[in-house]
Design a protein. Structure first.
Length: 503
């Protein structure tokens, strides 16, 4: 297949002879005259190389470079410049330029540099399997030796980075999927052995959902006039890694990772964040506000926690496009609030919409597609615009989530009465039974700081629950859908990021 080159230069009309030379080498070349148009084409098409002029009116080469990398992190870029200034070269290399050409362009140099980039790309692709085999060996050795929660979190981050790096490299992708599955089996065993002890504050517990406000948000009130907490519902670690480059131009970024409580689902985990309580305590202290299937009273729970602490708060929820468009106005509605909590539901909607809509299902056939769609959404979102606006304030932003999600692949039979929850990764009910090899079976919910007297079943690894009445129908409907609520690294290990505006 012929390599595709995008050439962005405000003098593109004067470069027709150079374009013809490249076409004579078998390359497909598209020329555009400005950065905006170039970025539009990169959103629509896949290019193997970008030739980018440094000096252009409007959006210059470095600005265009930043925008290109946000759209496609991996596309190679050759910057064309009239200057050999070392400061420019350093800035460009840091931001992801692969090589340079100096004007006036020498046709032979142009051809040689393009060939070198393409050969380098082939060598990198060939090198990934060799590099990955070392990583694979290291991981299996670590897992066999046993890991602490902190080391599990670090491993999950490395696995997530590799997932992004591998992309559609079929030579490595299947092996990586198997490695993640092996790690999820070991992680589920680790959680099952330790969770009750963690609830008793034994065995070096991680930070859990109810502690997030007290640990990361409230202390910042002493440093700045206002703190913004953005809870991006259902954001995985790999999705955060892809969003991060958009924010690094405006903020100093400090990453931390914490654990969702079980079940790792919105009604439990997010209610725990806004209330500062485990769900057993919510049900006992505020029975009128506890509903295990919804977050109907999260604003009341948030207000109650802030009243206990003695801090004025504001609650903003973004659940649709109209809410997004009104976000800036809502953020400035209560200037006396010290902590502004913004709940963003879009990522959770994407995950659920996959099995509710045939169109969305076709758009998101796998995890790679979910990552790509996350980047496309965030780059154009009012959330991103709001964060950029906040970077000009004397404020600190905490960006986090309540839980992640995973691709559910294996059905697991669940038995119980009609009084049973709807979620596919966890169930509760008075007569519930499940396979203990595929799910954590809880007979005493108080040990897990869960409410009520029902039994709970929480799916492990990539299992999802189906009923014995029509197993084939349920399997067909829900296999390979994104789910949350269970025990896995992808659902439980989640980012909590501090964003401090750059001066």
């Amino acid at each position: 297949m012929n390599k595709k080159i995008l050439w962005i230069d405000d003098e593109i009309e004067s470069l027709k002879s150079h374009i013809l030379i490249l076409q004579g080498q078998g390359y497909l070349v598209r020329g555009v005259s400005n950065g905006e148009e170039g970025c539009d084409f990169i959103k629509q098409e896949t290019f193997d190389l970008v030739l980018l002029d440094e000096i252009m009116p409007g959006k210059d080469g470095l600005e265009t470079l930043n925008d290109i990398k946000k759209i496609n992190l991996n596309v190679p870029i050759i910057m064309i410049t009239k200057s050999e200034d070392s400061t420019l070269v350093d800035k460009a290399y840091i931001r992801g330029v692969n090589d340079f050409l100096i004007k006036p362009l020498n046709p032979n140099q142009l051809i040689a540099t393009c060939k070198r980039i393409f050969e380098r790309d082939m060598l990198i692709q060939k090198g990934i399997p060799q590099e990955y085999s070392k990583f694979y060996s290291q991981v299996t050795q670590q897992v066999n030796q046993g890991l602490s929660w902190e080391k599990w979190a670090a491993l999950h981050c490395e696995l997530s980075r590799w997932s992004i790096k591998i992309g559609q490299n079929t030579e490595v992708k299947n092996l990586h999927t198997e490695l993640i599955q092996e790690c999820e089996v070991a992680f589920s065993r680790f959680v099952e052995l330790n969770y009750i002890r963690w609830m008793r504050n034994e065995s070096n517990p991680p930070m859990f959902s109810p502690q997030l406000m007290a640990e990361y948000v409230v202390p910042k009130v002493q440093e700045v006039p206002k703190v913004y907490l953005f809870i991006m519902d259902c954001m995985r670690v790999d999705q955060w890694f892809l969003i991060r480059p958009f924010l690094e131009d405006f903020f100093e970024v400090k990453e931390n990772f914490y654990s969702s409580i079980l079940p790792s689902a919105t009604p439990f985990a997010r209610n725990a964040i806004v209330s500062g309580l485990f769900t057993k305590d919510i049900a006992e202290k505020y029975p009128e506000w506890w509903e295990p299937e919804s977050n109907k009273y999260e604003s009341e729970l948030l207000e109650a926690q802030m009243q206990r602490i003695g801090i004025k708060t504001q609650y903003v929820r973004v659940k649709n496009r109209e809410d997004e468009e009104n976000l800036h106005k809502n953020l400035t509605a209560h200037n006396d609030a010290k902590i502004v909590t913004v709940i963003v539901n879009f990522l959770d909607y994407l995950v659920h919409a996959k099995y509710e809509s045939m169109v969305v299902d076709e758009l998101i056939p796998d995890m790679e597609a979910l990552r790509s769609l996350t980047v496309l959404w965030f780059a154009r979102s009012h959330i991103y615009a709001a964060l950029k606006n906040l970077s000009r304030e004397k404020a600190i932003i905490i960006l986090t989530t309540d839980h992640g999600a995973l691709y559910a692949k294996k059905p697991s039979l669940i038995y119980g009465s009609k009084v049973i929850s709807r979620n596919l990764r966890y169930k509760y009910g008075p007569a519930l039974r499940c396979n203990p090899k595929e799910a954590l079976f809880i007979e005493n919910p108080a040990d897990y700081k869960l409410p009520g007297n029902s039994r709970y079943g929480i799916a492990k690894e990539d299992h999802y629950f189906i009923y014995p009445t029509h197993p084939q129908e349920y399997t067909k409907e829900y296999k390979n859908t994104f789910q949350h609520g269970g025990i896995s690294m992808q659902e439980m290990i989640i980012p909590c990021v501090t964003l401090t505006p750059k001066k």
